[in-house]
Design a protein around this ligand. Structure first.
Ligand SMILES: NC(=O)c1ccc[n+]([C@@H]2O[C@H](COP(=O)([O-])OP(=O)(O)OC[C@H]3O[C@@H](n4cnc5c(N)ncnc54)[C@H](O)[C@@H]3O)[C@@H](O)[C@H]2O)c1
Length: 338
């Protein structure tokens, strides 16, 4: 059994800034000019794992690509602008990251983004299914609980669906949980690992503090408050930004951490584990996030929920109906599209 003690991803992020590697991945960022897309592209440009970085957006990519291309790292950067250049941006890509779509404003839930982002993600997923069907698809665009079912249905429609290669990026929930636990316990956040399971919205975000490494204990009132803060951390940022959007910098970090883990495993590194919202048989929800062992072809093994506390069991039970509804909404949307 693989130890949940391992935290390969943060090691991978640090390694992302190292100078030597044999790797040559071709990666596309769709929505590369946005609040997440720009800093994410910067972090990816810094990685020796990547030899080609394609930046696609409906605005500003010539400028973003010109700017990033002057950085003295090996990844060759190219900008692609507008739908007619989308196919070219995807050809030959092994990993595609999708932060395209509108972010939340104060008072909005992630589900309020559905009407705009569902179409954006469905169209981008269709282009991926046509032009890079073998790629690892990492969806950041919200509501993740619906955009992953949408992406999966689109890939099914094109006859190229591989559930081991379609990921909802929930890494920011893990990053936040690690940081908040470290703050409360006076630990180095780089050494804390809290698995976060379920989905990526409010009560569907289920931090497993009982599985934290190193082991930590909290009185119930503190545990309840900590859990609530992790679940609403996105809203904390939305409120602080006061209309200027949602988490971008921490999300760029989390997205880069996730991509580096995917690339590390593709390059043959063993024991790479990340939580992600994926097709799943671990619960009655057809999609669910749990720790996953990555391999050369995406998910190698779903490590499942593991042993959890009664408090966490209750959260899982309470998340199921909301998750199922968000999944169904995504599936029905994709099925109704021409
Ligand atoms: N998964 C997570 O944990 C997480 C965290 C934070 C934000 N998000 C989500 O990420 C998304 C992006 O957030 P942001 O702050 O970067 O938003 P933003 O508005 O700053 O950037 C979005 C970018 O997408 C581009 N875009 C719009 N339609 C497009 C299309 N059809 N094709 C390509 N590009 C398109 C826009 O031009 C813009 O550059 C939002 O949906 C947000 O809710 C997810």
């Amino acid at each position: 059994m693989f130890s949940r003690l391992t935290r390969p991803a943060s090691t991978a992020l640090r390694r992302g800034f190292a100078t030597s590697s044999q790797n040559n991945a071709k990666v596309a960022v769709l929505g590369a000019s946005g609040g997440i897309g720009q800093p994410l592209s910067l972090l990816l440009k810094n990685s020796p794992l990547i030899s080609r970085l394609n930046l696609y957006d409906i605005a500003h990519t010539p400028g973003v690509a010109a700017d990033l291309s002057h950085i003295e790292t090996r990844a060759e950067v190219k900008g692609f602008l507008g739908p007619e250049q989308l196919p070219e941006s995807l050809k030959g890509c092994e990993v595609v990251v999708i932060p395209a779509g509108v972010p939340r404003k104060p008072g909005m839930t992630r589900d309020d983004l559905f009407n705009t982002n569902a179409t954006i993600v469905a169209n981008l997923a269709a282009a991926c299914a046509q032009h890079c069907p073998e790629a690892m698809i990492c969806v950041i665009a919200n509501p993740v609980n619906s955009t992953i079912p949408i992406t999966s249905e689109v890939f099914k429609k094109h006859g190229v669906y591989n559930p081991n290669k379609i990921f909802g990026v929930t890494t920011l929930d893990i990053v936040r949980a690690n940081t908040f636990v470290a703050e409360l316990k006076g630990l180095d956040p780089a050494r804390v690992n809290v698995p976060v399971i379920g989905g990526h919205a409010g009560k569907t975000i289920i931090p497993l503090i009982s599985q934290c490494t190193p082991k930590v204990d909290f009185p119930q009132d503190q545990l309840t408050a900590l859990t609530g803060r992790i679940q609403e951390a996105g809203t904390e940022v939305v409120k602080a930004k006061a209309g200027a959007g949602s988490a971008t910098l921490s999300m760029a970090y989390a997205g880069a951490r996730f991509v580096f883990s995917v690339l590390d495993a593709m390059n043959g590194k063993e024991g790479v584990i990340e939580c992600s919202f994926v097709r799943s048989e671990e619960t009655e929800c057809p999609y669910f996030s749990t720790p996953l062992l990555f391999g050369k072809n995406g998910i190698e093994k779903n490590l499942g929920i593991g042993k959890i506390s009664p408090f966490e069991e209750k959260m899982v039970a309470e998340a199921v109906s909301e998750l199922k509804a968000s999944i169904k909404k995504g599936e029905e949307f994709a099925k109704s599209m021409k």
